[in-house]
Write a protein that binds this ligand. Structure first.
Ligand SMILES: Cc1cc2nc3c(=O)[nH]c(=O)nc-3n(C[C@H](O)[C@H](O)[C@H](O)COP(=O)(O)OP(=O)(O)OC[C@H]3O[C@@H](n4cnc5c(N)ncnc54)[C@H](O)[C@@H]3O)c2cc1C
Length: 366
C-alpha cells in the first residue's frame, strides 16, 4: 500500500489535492465558504457537533497537502478545531465551543508566562476566581473573543480547590490590558496580556482544577503534530519549486541540474524530506491506534521542523538571490519554517522533555 495509507485516506488526499489545486488562488473568505460547502472546513470537528470527526492521520495528510500546495492560510480551508474545549458541556459548550466551531467567536491560547518569578494565578472570591498575572506571547489575542488561560489556582483556604487549571476568560473582561500587537517573522501577530484582578465565574474552568497541565499539554500536542505535518508539506513544496528551477536554462549555458555539486545538494533535500514524511506518517498511525504518543509527537515536531528547515534553507541556496526577494514563495516559507522551531516549544527544550519521558516516565518508542 503506497505510504502505508489506507485506500480511504489515499482517496481523500487525491480529492482534497484536486480541490485545493482548483481553488487555492481564491481570496481567503471565498475559499473558506467553498471549503464549508464541500465539507472540508468542518472535517476535524466532532460528528455530534456537525463535523466529520476526521482521524488524526487524515488531519496529518490534510495539513501536509495544504502546505505542499502552497496554501499558507490553512484556517481558510480547515476551520477551528475544538482543542481544549472538546469535551465541555453546559454553558461552556453553548457560549464558547459552538460559537467557536461555527466561526462566530475566535479563541486564543495564553500559556507562556511573561515573568517566571510571578506566574499567572487565580484566587477564590466566593464562586468566582480572580485572575492576576501577565502572559507574554498570545497569538491573535487582540483578535480573539476569549482566551484559554493556563494558570494556578492558589487558594488561601484549605477547603477550596487549588492547583493548575485552564480557565476561559472573555477578552473584553474588566481588568484585562492588552499591549500593542507585535509581529513575528512568520507574519503572525501576538499581544502581551496583563490580567489585573479579572473576575471569572468558576464555571469557566475547563475540566477539573488540578488537571490544567495535562489539558494544556493535550492542546500543545495538537499544535505540535500540526507543525510537523505543515513542515513536511512545506519541504515538499520547496522541493517542487527547486526541481522546476533546476530544469530551467541557466546563465552558465545549461541547467543547474547538469551540475554534479547541485545534484548532491538536491538529493540530500529529497532524502531528508523522505525521512521526515516517514516519521510524520508513523506518528499519524500511532495516534490513530489510540496509543499514548506524547514522546513520538515530540520527536516528530523536532525532527520534521528541523529537517524541513534544512530542506528549505538548501532550496533558497540553490535558487539563489531571487529566492530572497520579498514575495518569492521560498522567502515566505523560509520565514514560516524558522518560527516553527520555537513556537509550540523550542527544539532543545523539547529534547529535554523527550528524555524526561524516557527516564522519569518510562514512556516512548523508537
Ligand atoms: C510564532 C509564535 C507563536 C506563539 N504563540 C503563542 C501562543 O499563542 N500562546 C502562548 O502562550 N505562547 C506562544 N508562543 C510562545 C512560545 O510558546 C515560546 O516562544 C516557546 O515556548 C519558547 O519559549 P521562549 O520564547 O520563552 O524561549 P526560552 O524558553 O527562553 O528558550 C530560548 C532558548 O533557550 C534555550 N533553553 C531554554 N531552556 C533551556 C533548557 N532548560 N535547557 C537547554 N536550553 C534551554 C534553548 O536554546 C531555547 O531555544 C509563540 C511563539 C512564537 C514564536
Amino acid at each position: 500500500m503506497p505510504d502505508n495509507l489506507s485506500p480511504s485516506i489515499l482517496k481523500f488526499r487525491e480529492e482534497f489535492s484536486d480541490f485545493l489545486m482548483n481553488n487555492r488562488q481564491l481570496p481567503e473568505e471565498e475559499l473558506r465558504k467553498l471549503s464549508l460547502r464541500e465539507g472540508y472546513y468542518r472535517m476535524s470537528q466532532p460528528v455530534g457537533l456537525g463535523g466529520q470527526g476526521a482521524s488524526p492521520m487524515q488531519m496529518v495528510v490534510a495539513r501536509e497537502t495544504i502546505a505542499k500546495l502552497g496554501v499558507l492560510s490553512p484556517t481558510s480551508v480547515i476551520g477551528p478545531e475544538p482543542g481544549l474545549l472538546s469535551e465541555v458541556e453546559g454553558s461552556l459548550k453553548a457560549d464558547y465551543l459552538i460559537p467557536l466551531l461555527e466561526g462566530e467567536k475566535k479563541a486564543s491560547f495564553a500559556f507562556t508566562e511573561s515573568k517566571s518569578d510571578s506566574p499567572t494565578v487565580a484566587d477564590w472570591d466566593g464562586d468566582d476566581l480572580v485572575v492576576s498575572g501577565r502572559k507574554s506571547y498570545v497569538s491573535g489575542g487582540h483578535l480573539s473573543d476569549f482566551m484559554s488561560v493556563v494558570l494556578t489556582v492558589d487558594s488561601k483556604k484549605t477547603t477550596d480547590k487549588n492547583g493548575p487549571a485552564v480557565v476561559i476568560v472573555d477578552s473584553d473582561s474588566k481588568g484585562i490590558e492588552m499591549g500593542e500587537p507585535f509581529y513575528s517573522l512568520d507574519g503572525s501577530s501576538h499581544v502581551e496580556v496583563e490580567f489585573k484582578s479579572v473576575k471569572v465565574d468558576a464555571k469557566n474552568v475547563i475540566g477539573e482544577i488540578g488537571q490544567g497541565i495535562p489539558r494544556a499539554l493535550g492542546n500543545i500536542m495538537q499544535e505540535r503534530i500540526e507543525q510537523a505535518a505543515t513542515s513536511v508539506g512545506l519541504a515538499l513544496y520547496a522541493l517542487d519549486v527547486v526541481t522546476s528551477h533546476l530544469k530551467k536554462p541557466h546563465r552558465s549555458g545549461g541547467t543547474l541540474s547538469d551540475l554534479e555539486g547541485v545534484r548532491l545538494r538536491y538529493s540530500d533535500m529529497r532524502i531528508n524530506s523522505f525521512a521526515a514524511r516517514s516519521v510524520l506518517y508513523r506518528v499519524g498511525r500511532l495516534l490513530d491506534s489510540g496509543d499514548e504518543a506524547i514522546n513520538e509527537v515530540t520527536t516528530a515536531k523536532i525532527f520534521c521542523t528541523e529537517t524541513a528547515s534544512s530542506v528549505v534553507d538548501t532550496a533558497v541556496q540553490l535558487v539563489g538571490g531571487q529566492a530572497l526577494i520579498k514575495g518569492h514563495p521560498l522567502e515566505e516559507i523560509y520565514r514560516k519554517m524558522r518560527s516553527m522551531r520555537i513556537a509550540g516549544g523550542a527544539s532543545d527544550v523539547l529534547r529535554l522533555n523527550l528524555s524526561k519521558g524516557v527516564f522519569e516516565f518510562d514512556s516512548g518508542t523508537v
